[in-house]
Design a protein around this ligand. Structure first.
Ligand code: ADP
Length: 605
């Protein structure tokens, strides 16, 4: 049954409001209405007006101790206080004023009753009637609920000529190819029906955040020119059990009416998370999910409703949701590769003014690992930087700086490093760069800087790959670990003591070495056995161990040995090149930021 009981309206609530309005009208509005026309003047003015024969009517209210009087043509009513004045009556008589019983006519009791009691109630009933009618209309039909509870609130993007198209989504060619079929189906459903082919009911877009999943879903709707219902998974989950399920029902009801159309559920994990069967689980979420599953079974194949959903945690989805017949097609939307990044940069660069010197290829190489959203951000940061420096267009330097802003935060203007600290940071960074340069298979150094950043980094060395890398050899990873230990090694070689500056390097070096042993099968002892599995592929790549405690201890030993070996190698490289190390570090210390070319010139000089 689709009926949802109307919640009882708390009557006391209405009574209180009616009472408040009545009090307001009677104590504030009515006295104000009555007093509005009376002007208060002093007794002197009254006497002067009397003497000048400017008074029309007069009424002495002895009880209230006041006199009311009007001007000659009775248009204004004045009021003044009474003063002990025995000649008053005589003077008034002489001035020709007319003694009146009642200058301000009392409002008739019936009118006053109507105004102060009946009118507010009538207004209130009128408003109530109007509101409830409106709400009923919006909730729509027999399935509606009082005051719009259980409505889906889905945003509908009805076809529009300026909607997002596939051409706005750069890169992601595979995903676009996959979704083109959907568009074709929405245009020509008969072509598919004739052959007996049926479209998948649900398509799941999976990938890391900011890769354009939402954009792709909108693009499908834009290309197909059909209505687009968009809702986030979390919007279904309400405080009251049963509301989410009602929202799902309402969404599908609307969608079926508007078919062909696309229903997009963003962050579907919010409702589609695996039901773990534990006591005290989230009833509301489970009911919502059950309703979604039922609805998906309920609509016919080829009914013209296509369900798209996006998530970056596909592994947490309930298997019932991903089985054939429901979300049976999975479209990966991965981080863009070099070409993809370049295209995304170009798409977003159209929105800003660029100087002719911009080299998108280089920017794309520098921004390795960036998502579409980050690239869009880089372009915007560059434009902001151009405005800040009073230029009319963004230059290559703006773009390069904005990559650093996105990676490491803004330059810290007032960070005060002591001279010794600055020297240590310079040696640390040159240590990284030198170890990288002295090994084969290392990405060339692009830039070294010791300007502190808001992220907390005191300096960094940027290495940029020449092209795209899909595989890494064991030697390459080892060299990378050695490069990471290079900073600390330089401190040891030069100063003989160590600082906290290497904490991030240590973290990364450990992570890499661990992955070599537990996941990449790069250790003699464990061969090709997986000791760890990645549990959160798209969000940071968390891992969980799958081995005995002894093995775990052995893994730890091997990780330590591996890092130690590379650390020793880095120290050796720096000791062997001590003179270059000093020369480069002093140069960096002076200039604070140097380019890869400057670095190479001094190194090879
Ligand atoms: P997701 O849903 O995957 O988290 P969105 O679709 O919301 O990501 O993307 C966020 C923003 O990033 C978009 O508005 C767009 O500006 C930018 N973006 C992401 N991917 C792309 C892409 N492939 N092409 C162009 N812009 C993109």
């Amino acid at each position: 049954m689709n009926e949802v009981k109307r919640p009882k309206k708390p009557l006391i609530y209405y009574y209180v409001i009616v009472l408040l309005i009545l009090l307001l009208v009677n104590f504030l509005l009515m006295p104000w209405l009555m007093q509005r026309q009376i002007q208060e003047v002093d007794y002197g003015t009254f006497i002067t007006m009397t003497e000048n024969k400017e008074i029309g009517q007069v009424e002495i209210q002895a009880q209230e101790n006041q006199i009311l009087f009007t001007n000659q043509d009775d248009t204004v009513v004045y009021k003044t206080g009474m003063v002990d004045d025995p000649d008053l009556t005589q003077r008034l008589y002489e001035s020709g004023a007319e003694f009146s019983g009642e200058i301000i006519e009392q409002m008739s009791p019936i009118l006053s009753f109507l105004l102060s009691w009946v009118l507010p109630i009538a207004i209130f009933i009128g408003i109530g009637h109007y509101m409830s009618k409106k709400l009923m209309q919006r909730a729509g039909g027999a399935n509606s609920m009082a005051f719009g509870m259980g409505k889906s609130n889905a945003k509908v993007y009805v076809k529009s000529s300026e909607g997002i198209k596939f051409s706005d989504v750069a890169g992601e060619d595979e995903a676009k190819e996959n979704l083109t079929e959907i568009v074709d189906y929405l245009h020509n459903p008969n072509k598919y029906k004739e052959v007996g082919a049926s479209m998948p009911k649900g398509i799941l877009l999976v990938g890391p955040p900011g890769t354009g999943k939402t954009m792709l879903a909108k693009a499908v709707a834009g290309e197909a020119n059909v209505p687009f219902f968009s809702m986030s998974g979390s919007e279904f989950v309400e405080m009251f059990v049963g509301m989410g399920a009602a929202k799902v029902r309402d969404l599908f009801k609307q969608a079926k009416e508007k078919a062909p159309c696309i229903v997009f559920i963003d962050e579907i994990v919010a409702i589609g998370k695996k039901r773990d069967g534990q006591l005290g689980g989230n009833d509301e979420r489970e009911q919502t999910l059950n309703q979604l599953l039922t609805e998906m079974d309920g609509f016919e194949e080829n009914s013209g409703v296509i369900l798209l959903a996006a998530t970056n945690r596909p592994e947490s989805l309930d298997p019932a949701l991903t089985r054939p017949g429901r979300f049976d097609r999975r479209v990966p939307v991965e981080l863009p590769d070099l070409k993809g990044r370049e295209e995304i940069l170009k798409v977003h660069a159209k929105k800003i003014k660029l100087a002719p010197d911009v080299d998108f290829g280089k920017i794309a190489r520098m921004a390795s690992g960036a998502s579409g959203a980050e690239l869009a951000n880089i372009i915007n940061e560059a434009a902001l930087r151009a405005v800040r420096s009073g230029r009319k267009s963004a230059t290559q330097a703006d773009l390069e700086e904005s990559i650093e802003v996105v990676i490491a935060g803004y330059q810290k203007k007032n960070a005060i490093l002591t001279d010794q600290e600055k020297k240590i940071v310079a040696y640390h960074e040159i240590g990284h760069a030198l170890v990288a340069a002295m090994q084969s298979h290392s990405a060339p150094v692009q830039k070294i800087t010791i300007v502190p950043r808001t992220s907390g980094a005191l300096g960094y060395t940027m290495q940029v790959e020449e092209g795209e890398h899909y595989l890494m050899s064991k030697e390459e990873i080892e060299n990378k670990v050695a490069t990471l230990t290079g900073g600390r090694a330089a401190e040891e070689v030069v100063f003989g003591y160590v600082t906290t500056g290497a904490s991030n390097d240590i973290e990364q070096a450990t992570k890499l070495s661990r992955a070599m042993i537990t996941r990449y099968g790069m250790s003699e002892q464990f061969d090709m056995v997986a000791m760890e599995t990645v549990t959160n592929q798209y969000l940071g790549g968390d891992t969980s161990l799958a081995c005995s405690a002894q093995t775990q201890a052995e893994i730890d030993r091997q990780v330590v040995a591996l890092v130690k070996r590379q650390h020793q190698k880095a120290r050796q490289i720096l000791t062997d090149n001590r003179q270059k190390l000093d020369e480069l570090a002093m140069y960096l210390y002076e200039k604070e930021t140097i380019t890869g070319e400057e670095f190479m010139t001094i190194l090879n000089g």
